[in-house]
Design a protein around this ligand. Sequence first.
Ligand SMILES: [Zn+2]
Ligand SMILES: [Zn+2]
Ligand SMILES: [Zn+2]
Length: 259
Amino acid sequence: MLMFVQKFIVGLVPTNCYLVACEETRDGLIIDPGHMKGEEKEVLHEAVEHHFKIQYILNTHGHPDHTSGNREIKHETNARIMVHEADKEWLTNAFELFADMVNADRNASMIRSPLSCTKCHTPNTELEKYAIQGMIVMHCKKCGFAPEIWISPPADIFLKDGDTFLLGNLQFKVLHTPGHSEGGICLYCEAEKTLFSGDTLFKGSVGRYDLPIGGSQEKLLQSIKSKLLVLPDETVVYPGHGEQTTIGEEREYNVFLKD
Ligand SMILES: [Zn+2]
Ligand SMILES: [Zn+2]
Ligand SMILES: [Zn+2]
């Protein structure tokens, strides 16, 4: 095996961030760095310990829980930020999109909202939100919790479906999987039978499709069935939240994917 993979649980929601590298060349990639209390520094520390050269930051999509560590990692490593073009605005214009989503989320049907206060679950409509010096702050007046979400620098590289890129001697292929957000992507390495699935596919579940910007149940299920379930059973899936799984396990047991 050429691929090094280490998972870190980061940020508010919390989110899985992956440190990935080619064991031969030591070229490294950080997938979905979140930030709340500087968790991205731990990822960078681990990269230094292993003598990895971080070449890229890849955001499986533009939601702030997956991108709020971009700024610090880019600052420390000068790695290039990669995202699908359809989600690029999330990086540079996160506050407006986020505010739109928070407001629209008022009417969202699902109870499982990541936008309420993560400490005391006060609904998002009662949170005070403002942007300050490159950060979004969501202040809960009830419990005082005020997480700061850092806004990312703009992306350096726009990815589209079918693109491939090399990380040392590892080749990755980009699979565009809209439905959770319009620019959602999964990253597949055929030689290592490994898939990073972002918020598209989880162990026993799928990503939220009710979010007001870019959410679509039809698109999400179509993305999963046409792009992911066609991969070999033994493919290891590293999702954006929760535990790892395999394509075979999800094909067999995931109730969201039964017709
Ligand atoms: Zn998301
Ligand atoms: Zn609170
Ligand atoms: Zn997420």
